[in-house]
Structure formats: C-alpha cells, structure tokens
Design a protein around this ligand. Structure first.
Ligand code: MG
Length: 160
C-alpha cells in the first residue's frame, strides 16, 4: 500500500462552467485554468502520481502544451490511471477536502462520490469528500478561489 497527497487552487472567473471532481456544479463562475480548472481532480491526480513515485501533474501535462488546452480533467485522470496501471498500481481509497466560501458543495457530495468511484473504479465507501469554508478569512474568504487537498491510497495489483 502506498500513499500520496496533493493540493491545488484555482481562481473563480466569470464565463466558465464550474467543474469539480468531474461534476458540473451550477454557479455563476467557473475555475480558470489551461484545462477545465478542476481543482478536485488536479489535487487527486497529484496525490495518485505521488503515491506511485511519478512526476507531478505539471510535468506530465505542461500548461505550455497546446494539446492540453481546455482538456477535460477526467481525461487527464484517465491517462494517469493508465500510467499507474502500467506500473502495476491501482487506486484503493481517496479522501478530498475542498475549500471555498461559495458555492455550497455538500448538496453534491453524493454525485461527486459516485463520479469518483466510477472514474477510479473503487468502492463508493472508499471515497471521502468534504467541503470547508475559511469563515470568510484568508485566500478563500473573498469567494474568488476554490482549493483542494487530496489523499490517495494505491495498492499493487498483486495484492488487489
Ligand atoms: Mg490545477
């Protein structure tokens, strides 16, 4: 069993869809980024890569590469899962903390958990998701960003 942690933060801007952990969430702003800006999946991808002893997301998907412009982060996750598979690893459990003032994420917990279980091919009960505010203080206090911490546990397939 191996563990990795990941973190990401993106700005909220007008004129973009809000995609979190592969789920579209109705909100007046979306996350800015070279890809779809999905902080949840970006933090998770870094956690998975780290657990596998692999280079980070910025190394694998450079934002200078036009190939990755507006790429769906679920596609990036699929590529990463394939790399892990080739190394003999598979995801076992993940835990995410989303941090933002708005929107309220809790109504989407179930949808997000189902999506992550489907993408990672792990049991629903092995997905943890929670959202926190910073009580109006600090970098998420101005409603302009969403951040995410992620933990990933992967196992060698031999033991799966
Ligand atoms: Mg990112």
């Amino acid at each position: 069993m191996r563990f990795g942690i990941g973190f990401d933060l993106h700005r909220l801007v007008e004129g973009r869809k809000l995609i979190l952990c592969g789920v579209e969430i109705p909100f007046e702003k979306g996350l800015y980024g070279h890809s779809d800006g999905d902080v949840g999946l970006h933090a998770l991808i870094d956690a998975l890569l780290s657990a596998g002893g692999l280079p980070d997301i910025g190394t694998l998907f450079p934002d200078t590469d036009l190939k990755y412009k507006n790429i769906s982060s679920t596609k990036m996750l699929e590529e990463v899962l394939e790399i892990l598979k080739q190394k003999g690893f598979k995801p076992y459990q993940v835990d995410l903390i989303l941090i933002c003032e708005k929107p309220k994420i809790s109504p989407y917990y179930e949808k997000i958990k189902k999506k992550l279980a489907e993408l990672l091919k792990v049991e629903y009960s092995k997905i943890g998701i929670k959202a926190k505010t910073t009580e109006g203080l600090g970098w998420s206090g101005d409603t302009e960003v969403i951040a995410c911490f992620a933990l990933a546990v992967i196992i060698e397939k031999l033991h799966a």
